[in-house]
Design a protein around this ligand. Structure first.
Ligand code: ATP
Length: 284
């Protein structure tokens, strides 16, 4: 049977701001996001019947309708191709519940891959619109690249790629509930990231400016709930990282470095006392 293999890269937040709670209960956010070369591999195989199945090498991942990859296939099937079916296999490389949009990027990969496998001929914009129904980060993942995301995260303004650099990703064992972080945010009094400054730094290709402006309003609440996350951030700073911040709602912390040898030093430093550390390139 016909098949496609699609790469599903992780995202990181260079900034994350929460502006206010809206009347519909969602928070209005403003985030500068980019893409890194840590990716799941998503395999799509056409079926003779119209079933959608999900399997993964990660035993902890749900393989039922709650899997975002399943939901992506289901939305395209229901809208355009009720007779089509697919077997989805996810080789998981992105840590789960890490603030790296692992589920959203799998869903985006399924949207792109099935558009091709099922010969749907949909534009990237239409795929992103379907993605927004599955999750706020899915539209960004459909495009990849670097963008400012506003609204719930689905309204995108694209930016040039940041200067090439290494990204050291450290995922602490701690599990942090996004809901409890939101409950702890002091929206009226908290300091907001300099999002415009970050955008200008990216447009100018100013690596130091990008490092200085890395900021995430969810850090403080996460540090209070899980002190281990702050310990990792401080260690990366002590080891000489040019910029360090937590990604998304955490708990992954990442450091940026222009030099490979410094990135390796950060990696080796952390490897001594934690398992889940990766050194990857920023893709932008
Ligand atoms: P985000 O950065 O978008 O907030 P995250 O990186 O923190 O997301 P995910 O790895 O996407 O978190 O996982 C969040 C939840 O989604 C987990 O409880 C997981 O079981 C569920 N989930 C559903 N489908 C997937 C998938 N394909 N990959 C990973 N997690 C998935």
């Amino acid at each position: 049977m016909e098949s496609r293999t699609v790469k599903a890269p992780a995202k990181i937040n260079l900034t994350l701001d929460v502006q206010h709670k809206r009347a519909d209960g969602f928070h209005e956010v403003e985030m500068v996001m980019t893409t890194v070369d840590l990716a799941d591999r998503v395999e799509l195989k056409k079926r003779k019947d119209s079933r959608i199945t999900v399997r993964s090498d990660n035993g902890f991942l749900p393989v039922d309708k709650t899997n975002l990859a399943y939901q992506a296939a289901s939305v395209l099937q229901q809208t355009y191709a009720p007779e089509m079916g697919v077997d989805i296999y996810i080789e998981k490389k992105i840590p789960v519940s890490a603030g790296l949009a692992g589920g959203s990027t799998d869903a985006a990969a399924v949207l792109r891959g099935l558009n091709d496998l099922w010969h749907l001929g949909l534009s990237t914009g239409t795929l992103a619109d379907h993605g927004a129904v599955i999750g706020s980060d899915v539209p960004f993942c459909v495009y990849g690249k670097t963008a400012v995301a506003r609204g719930r995260g689905e309204k995108l303004t694209f930016l040039p790629a940041p200067p090439p650099c290494w990204v050291v990703l450290a995922k602490p064992a701690a599990g942090v509930s996004t809901k409890s972080i939101y409950q702890r945010l002091q929206l009226e009094t908290m300091k907001h990231p300099d999002t415009d400054g970050m955008i200008r730094s990216i447009e100018r290709g100013d690596f130091s400016g990008i490092c200085r402006r890395l900021e995430n309003v969810m850090e403080e609440a996460t540090f209070a709930l899980e002190p281990e996350v702050e310990v990792i951030k401080r260690r990366l700073q002590q080891y000489g990282a040019e910029g360090v911040v937590m990604s998304g709602s955490g708990p992954t912390v990442f450091a940026l470095s222009r030099s490979q040898s410094r990135a390796e030093r950060l990696y080796n430093g952390l490897k001594g006392f934690m398992d889940n550390v990766h050194v990857v390139r920023m893709l932008g």
